[in-house]
Design a protein around this ligand. Structure first.
Ligand SMILES: NC(=O)c1ccc[n+]([C@@H]2O[C@H](COP(=O)([O-])OP(=O)(O)OC[C@H]3O[C@@H](n4cnc5c(N)ncnc54)[C@H](OP(=O)(O)O)[C@@H]3O)[C@@H](O)[C@H]2O)c1
Length: 296
């Protein structure tokens, strides 16, 4: 399959591209700069120059491909609403370009809070609407299942971890270095699910090849690791204490990531594992933290 991948130069994209190539697919990666283009080429993929703000480039990539994997996202959390609007426009362009073709459109999403204490499953649906998280892109894109597209939501765990990751856990480690404490919020019993980046990449390929139209795939290996345990592992590796931070002080202490670290986000992948024949093999988040990738 000729696959158009946005975000091919990013953390997850850099694992997905070699996985696709090794399975015999052809990859065209979107790149907005010379550096990103060089990164995509180094992986052995072709480059399409463009950006999320250049909707014509997204339409061209989708029109010329047998399938799309949309991973690019503007991670400027100081303008999360703006990033959501960009995401909505990008997904509308990609989905409408594929309309009537039956081709797959896989797109990155996150796991959401369904109800306090409840583990989200693939059957749970998230809110739509332009003001919803990520611009309500999941509901919008899954709606194209009735319009001749095979949309599949890739609900990534809040930490897709591994050597080289600079995402949420990397940010928490940076906060711990700056503040001298590896804190957790409240009693720290709220949970984050987790997945190793190689397991994630393999699942993305399986979902491309066989994910059902209109389905959500949970890119989740560990259902929920308590945030206190994550903080203590960072603290242990850095040799700093791990105190509780009061919820009302979380934003001042953690900055933008406090909003996410405060969420209880347990997620099951039982249906995904069964339907796509995926078995994560790790390492686990705590094993990667113990390996020192986040605290060197
Ligand atoms: N990593 C996680 O733990 C995690 C968890 C949940 C959900 N997700 C979601 O999974 C997706 C991939 O995440 P990631 O960790 O791989 O992100 P990342 O490492 O930050 O990479 C983001 C990618 O998007 C590209 N990009 C950003 N803005 C763009 C723009 N305006 N035009 C074109 N390309 C643009 C970047 O290109 P450049 O190389 O040019 O910067 C890069 O390739 C995202 O949607 C993310 O929100 C990730």
């Amino acid at each position: 399959m000729k696959v158009f991948v946005t975000g091919a130069s990013g953390w997850i994209g850099s694992a997905v591209v070699p996985e696709l190539l090794a399975a015999g697919h052809q990859v065209v990666g979107l790149a907005r700069s010379d550096a990103s283009a060089a990164a995509v080429e180094r992986q052995g993929a072709e480059v399409l120059r463009g950006s999320l703000d250049d909707l014509a480039s997204l339409a061209k990539g989708a029109a010329e491909a047998d399938g799309v994997i949309h991973l690019a996202f503007n991670h400027d959390f100081s303008d999360y609403a703006g990033a959501g609007r960009t995401e909505r426009a990008a997904l509308t362009t990609l989905a409408s370009t594929l309309e009537g073709s039956g081709r797959p459109l896989l797109f990155a999403a996150g796991t959401a809070v369904v109800a306090p204490g409840q583990v989200i499953t693939e059957s749970d649906r998230t809110q739509g609407g332009a003001d919803s998280p990520r611009g309500g892109g999941e509901a919008l894109a899954l709606g194209y299942a009735d319009r001749g597209v095979r949309p599949v939501s890739l609900r990534f765990a809040p930490t897709v971890h591994g050597e080289g990751d600079h995402g949420f856990v990397g940010t928490l480690a940076a906060v711990a270095r700056q503040t001298g404490v590896a804190g957790y919020i409240g009693d720290g019993t709220h949970r984050w699910s987790a997945v190793h980046v190689r397991d994630a990449a393999r699942l993305v390929r399986l979902a491309l090849e066989g994910g059902a139209a209109g389905s959500a795939v949970h890119v989740v290996a560990e259902e929920g690791v308590e945030t206190r345990v994550v903080a203590e592992a960072i603290g242990h590796a850095l040799g700093v204490p791990s105190p509780s931070v009061a919820p009302e002080d979380a934003e001042a202490h953690f900055g933008w990531i406090g909003r996410f670290f405060a969420l209880d986000l347990p997620a099951s992948s039982a249906l995904t594992q069964q339907s796509l024949g995926w078995t994560p093999t790790g390492p686990t988040l705590l094993e990667d933290l113990a390996a020192g990738y986040y605290t060197r």
